[in-house]
Design a binder for this molecule. Structure first.
Ligand code: FAD
Length: 422
């Protein structure tokens, strides 16, 4: 018997919630889904609008989030060696935690409808955890990864600069080695650093070699170091995510704070993208469902010309067309989640990029149609259409960050041709 908590609105939730026999979802997945949904509905969703206005997620909310094990599972595969004594969400054990538990957490968190909160409450564990886990030394993991997963530290990732975004290999922030080789001096600027306001530690990419992809290194930089200044950035949306402009002026970092090897930074940055793109795909699909659900409910209630909006064929058709976008993407997503731990990362990478492009593109369309169903309410920052209005301001960043659409489409074509040896 299924035990998932699900919406009564058709299409507002994925079909597996109500299917007892499913090749991917087992009782532990249903249990986790229920646990996260109850948590989000009780502690997160009722407050997201206030946090977005305030521009931050309160510290006590972050603490509770960490204490329930949500940061511990932000990196997948789980860094088990650095999680001793940490309870995972829904009382699941580390050994049973799989790729579908990971996707359920991402999906249900996005259901709060506010991307800024999703990023703001995560404390950078999703961006800081995986590279530290994969490339960090034992000492670095003990000092930075273990506290990150427990919510005792917050991290951020500084790659983008005022002069470079998509062209990561061209970054111009420099890290110059001292004569005795014991430290590096970093100079440069980083832009749109998510969580940069509150982070204790930044993974900062800087040039240590030739002006190519082979000349970049990543440093673990304590953000209370001398020479670092930060200021808030104002964006269209994601206001509670702590978007930051960071200046690094002669910042001295010990050589042991280099992550991985010198000039291995490009590989480290790229390695984080496959999971991030899966993450964006899952999140964008869920935000589409959130907007769809709110608009559907509104269309049943709102009367024009003496009858509910939903009684008009042209409005009903909008919902069918939206569902026609969401359900095939859901099927592709579940297939990819399954494949994510069963195929070489080089082959998986273009497939994850396809999901990201597709889900973000659908979200753009769904955002437009659901705003239309809400009429003027879809343009108001408070009231029944507020989540749909917020999503219309957040959607762009899902199309642009984690690899912008044009860059990814080209990468997909090139990588698949290379894999086919053509
Ligand atoms: C809210 C927010 C949060 C972010 N968080 C972080 C973060 O935490 N850390 C971080 O390092 N970065 C972060 N970013 C930056 C993000 O990764 C970049 O915005 C992204 O990489 C795109 O870079 P850009 O904005 O400089 O666009 P550009 O590289 O200037 O590109 C502009 C447009 O041109 C297109 N384009 C570029 N080159 C080509 C080409 N050769 N052919 C065809 N089209 C092309 C792009 O697809 C894009 O649409 C964030 C951005 C935002 C808005």
């Amino acid at each position: 018997m299924t035990s998932a908590l699900t919406s009564e609105i058709p299409g507002a939730d994925p079909a597996w919630h109500t299917q007892n026999e499913h090749p991917f979802y087992k009782p532990s997945h249903h249990r986790l889904q229920r646990f996260v949904r109850e948590y989000v509905d009780k502690y997160i969703a009722p407050n997201v609008e206030d946090w977005e206005k305030a521009g931050e997620v309160p510290a006590e909310v972050f603490k509770r989030h960490a204490s329930l094990g949500f940061l511990a599972v932000a990196a997948f595969p789980l860094p088990k060696d650095y999680l001793s004594g940490v309870d995972l969400p829904a009382g699941l054990s580390m050994d049973e935690w799989d790729e579908f538990h990971d996707s359920i957490i991402i999906d249900e968190m996005a259901r709060c409808g506010y991307l800024g909160t999703v990023w703001g409450i995560n404390g950078g564990a999703a961006v800081g955890g995986p590279p530290l886990h994969q490339y960090g030394t034992t000492e670095q993991k003990q000092k930075y990864l273990a506290p990150l997963l427990r919510g005792e530290q917050r991290h951020c990732l500084g790659v983008t600069e005022p002069a470079i975004g998509s062209d990561v290999a061209g970054l111009i922030t420099t890290a110059t080695k001292s004569v005795d080789g014991k430290s590096y001096v970093i100079n440069g600027e980083k832009k749109w650093v998510t969580q940069g306001q509150k982070a204790d530690v930044g993974l900062i990419a800087a040039r240590t070699g030739p002006p190519t992809a082979k000349g970049i290194s990543v440093f673990i930089v304590p953000l209370n170091s001398k020479g670092i200044s930060r200021r808030e950035m104002e964006n269209s949306g994601v206001n509670s995510s702590g978007s930051t402009f960071m200046e690094l002026d002669d910042v001295v970092v010990p050589a042991e704070n280099m992550l991985g090897k010198e000039n291995q930074g490009f590989e480290i940055i790229m390695s984080t993208f496959a999971h991030e793109r899966l993450w964006v795909g899952i999140t964008a699909l869920r935000l589409s469902r959130v907007a769809y659900e709110d608009a559907y409910r509104h269309s049943l209630k709102r009367k024009t010309f003496g009858k509910p909006l939903f009684e008009n064929q042209v409005i009903r058709q909008k919902f069918s067309k939206m569902a026609n976008r969401l359900e095939p993407t859901q099927a592709y997503l579940e297939h990819l989640v399954y494949r994510s731990v069963r195929m070489p990362s080089l082959e998986f990478s273009p497939l994850a990029a396809m999901l990201k492009v597709q889900a973000a593109h659908h979200l753009e369309k769904v955002s437009r149609e659901t705003q239309q169903v809400f009429g003027g309410l879809g343009y108001s920052r408070s009231g029944q259409g507020s989540r749909v209005e917020q999503i219309s301001r957040d959607v762009r960043v899902l199309v642009v960050s984690g690899g912008s659409e044009e860059i990814l489409l080209d990468m997909i074509a090139k990588q698949q041709r290379r894999l086919a040896n053509l």
